[in-house]
Design a protein around this ligand. Structure first.
Ligand SMILES: [Zn+2]
Length: 86
């Protein structure tokens, strides 16, 4: 008998493949691209103070195919926060 694989089996295979993809993505080599705030944008836009301190950087990730393998590239954007009371 050559029956169709049952629905449960198909679902289990689908789940397994999704898990494999997630694991592959998590294991990707990561490049971090540091991006600093430009000199002319380092002053507070509200009070024009340049007494600024850094905060938690904002990160976004994209995925690119570099010949031979996938890599994750994290763009880490410097974030400035005004230290003057507003
Ligand atoms: Zn300010």
């Amino acid at each position: 008998m050559h029956g169709e694989p049952c629905a449960d089996l198909a679902a289990a295979i689908g789940q397994h493949k999704r898990k494999q993809n997630e694991e592959r993505k998590a294991a990707l080599e990561t490049d971090v691209v540091d991006q600093v705030v430009a000199d002319h944008k380092r002053a507070c836009p509200k009070c024009v103070s340049d007494d600024m301190t850094t905060a938690e950087p904002q990160e976004r990730a994209d995925y690119g195919y570099v010949p031979g393998y996938f890599r994750r590239r994290v763009h880490r954007q410097e974030v400035l926060v005004c230290k003057s009371p507003s």
